[in-house]
Unconditional design. Structure first.
Length: 280
């Protein structure tokens, strides 16, 4: 296994010590240096700051969703000011043993063919180009056109980070994964196979032994954290208009790219996650 020259930011809430312990063991095993970034919590949000960010997307965001957005947003600001790409991880990301070799291969490229690289899969189809680059003997890189989830494990370049910051400045906040998936100006790619899943998806991919509590429990969508109602009728209409525009955009992309793309679920290789059994 090659030691990675690319470092990671790990987003971690102050009271989520089991998740940090898991990431420390996982990333130490993989030889990936990381810096813990304390996640924004709902307790950090005043009512005015919550309202500032909650009403820009296709529905009103939960407080947890605004906090998650701000955690990623702060990292995008740091990457935009840097001169190198970074791996960004949420603290429940489960990683393939192939990831260090892939990061090393990316470092060796003269020119990165992407600004954002998704390593993740989450049980939903993605539209990606049939043409690809072989990064290693077992991992390919495909241009990615439509994704519907994925902020748990991704690589972001300074240019890509600036594109996201410019999008937020122009259009406001949104779900962190939605901004990564749907920002038109962001040049995205996907690894094949997927090199990361969130732990709550381990059972979906027939790896139930990797799904441990409390690491796998969602901090975002819970029964006690229902979707908030719009503040007004005008907000409700604005949400609906943005949602329709986003759906139209997706349809146009599918029509434009369909002749040379596949629309399939990207799968992980189970065997590449077996090493985790030694410390889960």
């Amino acid at each position: 296994m090659t030691k990675s020259a690319i470092s990671a930011f790990v987003i971690n809430l102050a009271d989520s010590k089991p998740r940090l312990e898991f990431q420390t063991k996982q990333l130490s095993h993989l030889g990936i240096n990381f810096e813990r970034i304390e996640a924004t919590s709902t307790a950090d949000l005043s009512e005015s700051e919550y309202e500032k960010w909650a009403n820009d997307w296709q529905r009103k965001l939960r407080r947890t969703e605004v906090a998650c957005f701000l955690s990623h947003f702060g990292i995008w600001q740091r990457i935009a000011k840097s001169n190198q790409p970074y791996l960004v991880l949420e603290d429940d990301a489960v990683l393939s043993q192939d990831l260090p070799n892939v990061l090393a291969a990316i470092t060796a490229l003269e020119h990165l063919p992407f600004e954002h690289l998704s390593f993740e899969t989450r049980g939903r189809k993605k539209l990606y180009d049939k043409e690809c680059i072989n990064l290693t003997e077992s991992v390919r890189l495909h241009p990615l056109y439509i994704d519907k989830s994925g902020a748990a494990a991704y690589l972001l370049t300074p240019k890509g980070a600036q594109v996201l910051l410019d999008t937020v400045e122009k259009s406001g906040a949104g779900l962190a994964d939605a901004l990564l998936c749907h920002t038109k100006r962001l040049n995205s790619s996907q690894t094949m196979p997927a090199l990361a899943i969130q732990m709550d998806m381990a059972k979906h991919y027939d790896m139930p032994e990797l799904q441990i509590s409390p690491v796998a429990a969602s901090n975002i969508s819970t029964s006690a954290n229902s979707k908030p109602s719009p503040n007004s009728l005008s907000d409700r209409l604005a949400f609906k208009s943005r949602r329709l525009a986003a759906q139209l955009d997706i349809g146009l992309i599918q029509a434009k790219k369909s002749s040379h793309s596949d629309y399939l679920e990207v799968l992980p290789n189970q065997r590449d996650f077996l090493y985790l059994r030694t410390f889960i």
